[in-house]
Design a protein around this ligand. Structure first.
Ligand code: SPV
Ligand code: MG
Length: 594
């Protein structure tokens, strides 16, 4: 009986040159590193899912239930196939070459196909059966292909008994020449001999019907391929009805799993395939064909209408593309691994005031929009935050809010800016409060390191105090800081706590102020609650509309919460007068400051 014959080709092709002489002696001793790699990949897959992908394909082929593979041709289509519920993927030669825009005639090189199938394997957990055409050469090329597919997480390869370069079966099929049976058996045996994972599958595709041969020839070939080690037989037919397939399947009598591709006999009810005992049906090109129809339609419409509204509601939203790409996972990973980045930090910039002392310079814009060396103060601050990867920026505007471009920021408006002060503006931003925020005035010029230093602070509430400024008179309404210790520039880790902020440089009864609060603070964790509770408490006061940040910070101290002081020595400026404006120009005159 044919079925009981030994497999004649298995022993012949055991020398595997690229894994060294020792490994070439016996198939059971392949290169340890290579086997380890495959084993590790298998273990990782087994941890992620209940079964290795190669085992899944093998199980699918051998199951008594009819299984289905759907074509995919790149990473995103592979993911869509998986989400639709399919058990496996057919990496179609026709579809992969089509998405490259070339013919299904081995115009794409085998490494180009391999690259694409690797993207597909990465995009899903499904087993992938690669349409390996003729194996891209002789037995030796197939060996290398099998090794590479195993390394890249592909579960099996289908090879067809035609000649390289092949032509698609539906293009002049009857004129196509079949491979020599012995040569093709050698190819299958070589592939089987070199696979490292016992569950990797080689499917032998019989093209006898395509090339105009009869069932006897198809069976003769299928049986030879089975005996050479093929794990399943793909019997192909280009007829519009399934007669050839039925005849073959009946004669074949389940000697090995049968795989079919009913592209041309698509009208056949699926129960017919079940009754014939088919193992797996491949829907071979329906993803690329549906993509092509959708793209043709979209391109025509947009070209005709010169507008996007005609398609916007009928195509996938950009968010759906992000979802299929797994964008959320990357955002979560950034939070976990980019510990230096301040992805959860939010900036709140108070920019409601006009800056009366600046005369007609602020007739049409708020102070924060005054250009310093060509760039507005506010834009400079936004740049500082962006450099620290803080992109969540809220600006509370008031006077001439319309002059602030709301690009890359969230613009809130304190409509009562004329009759209220800083705390009323800050209260507008309460809905945007978060557990990690920097709050600052919009009229500040700072050096980068000031923000960096504040971001390095681990305390719940930290304010930036310039210890040098206590020795000079400053414009505006300065906030002098009295703290637990003066700036001892040598001891970096000394904890300094704020005792109070005051409008006076000298309290008379004790000592001079330790510095000047520059109008910048940071809250982390509970600090946000302290600030919010104190803001709530102050908002009960009748004079709330006149209150400033100074009162809020003092309220936090009075409530018994530690307010840490980060000392700096200069390198900042708040712009209140024409003189400040001149200084700001000089301070930002360097090439890196523009
Ligand atoms: C493919 O999908 O590339 C196939 C199947 O080989 S068929 O196009 O039907 O030959
Ligand atoms: Mg093909």
């Amino acid at each position: 009986m044919l079925g009981s014959l030994r497999q004649p080709h298995r022993a012949k092709f055991c020398a595997i040159p690229w894994i060294g002489p020792q490994a070439a002696i016996r198939k059971s001793q392949p290169a340890p590193a290579a086997r380890l790699l495959i084993a590790v990949r298998g273990m990782i897959e087994a941890l992620n899912t209940d079964q290795k992908r190669t085992s899944k394909l093998r199980t699918l082929l051998h199951s008594t239930e009819l299984g289905f593979l759907l074509e995919a041709h790149n990473g995103i289509s592979a993911r869509i196939v998986e989400e639709a519920g399919f058990e496996g993927i057919w990496a179609s030669g026709l579809a992969v070459s089509a998405q490259f825009g070339v013919r299904d005639s081995n115009e794409a090189s085998w490494t180009q196909v391999m690259e694409m199938v690797e993207f597909m394997a990465d995009a899903t957990r499904l087993p992938i059966l690669l349409d390996g055409d003729t194996g891209y050469g002789n037995f030796n090329n197939l060996r290398r292909l099998v090794r590479k597919l195993e390394q890249r997480g592909v579960s099996g390869v289908c090879v067809e008994d035609k000649l390289f370069p092949k032509t698609n079966s539906f293009i002049n099929g009857e004129r196509q020449q079949l491979a020599d049976i012995d040569e093709f058996c050698g190819k299958i045996a070589a592939g089987k001999d070199c696979q490292l994972d016992d569950d990797f599958c080689i499917v032998a595709r019989v093209e006898a019907y395509i090339a105009g041969w009869d069932t006897a020839e198809a069976l003769r070939r299928a049986e030879a391929y089975r005996r050479a080690g093929a794990d399943a037989i793909l019997i192909h037919s280009a007829r519009s009805t399934p007669e050839q397939i039925s005849e073959f399947a009946r004669e074949w009598a389940n000697r090995a799993p049968l795989v079919i591709v009913p592209t041309t006999y698509y009208g056949t009810p699926t129960h017919v395939f079940r009754e014939l005992g088919i193992g797996v049906v491949i829907w071979a090109n329906h993803m690329i064909r549906s993509a092509v129809s959708a793209m043709q339609n979209t391109a025509r419409l947009i070209h005709r209408q010169q507008n996007l509204t005609c398609v916007e509601d009928t195509i996938a939203p950009v968010g759906e593309i992000f979802r299929l790409q797994g964008a959320d996972e990357l955002v979560a990973a950034e939070r976990r691994y980019l510990t230096e980045a301040h992805l959860d930090t939010r900036a709140i910039i108070l920019a409601a005031s006009r800056g009366r002392d600046l005369g007609d310079l602020t007739d049409h814009r708020p102070k924060a929009m005054l250009p310093i060396n060509g760039k507005p103060l506010l834009c400079r601050l936004v740049d500082h935050f962006r450099k620290q990867q803080i992109n969540d920026i809220t600006v509370v505007a008031g006077y001439r809010a319309d002059a602030i471009p709301a690009v890359g920021i969230e613009l809130l408006v304190n409509d009562a800016f004329e009759t209220t002060g800083e705390l009323a503006s800050l209260r507008c931003a309460v809905p945007n409060f978060c557990d990690d925020m920097v709050i600052m005035y919009g009229d500040l010029i700072i050096r980068d390191y000031v923000l960096r230093g504040l971001l390095d602070s681990d305390h719940e509430l930290t304010i930036v105090v310039d210890s040098r400024a206590s020795r000079r008179c400053v414009s505006g309404d300065p906030d002098y800081a009295y703290s637990s210790a003066p700036d001892d520039r040598g001891s970096w880790d000394e904890e300094v706590l704020l005792e109070s902020l005051s409008g006076r440089m000298d309290t008379g009864h004790r000592r001079r102020a330790d510095g000047l609060w520059i109008g910048m603070l940071r809250t982390r964790g509970q600090g946000r609650r302290w600030l919010q509770d104190c803001l709530d408490a102050l908002s009960e006061r009748e004079d709330f509309s006149a209150l400033t940040m100074r009162e809020l910070i003092n309220q936090v101290v009075r409530a018994g919460h530690p307010v840490h002081v980060l000392y700096i020595q200069g390198h900042w400026l708040d712009v209140n007068s024409l003189r400040d404006l001149e200084h700001a120009g000089a301070m930002t005159a360097g090439p890196n400051d523009r």
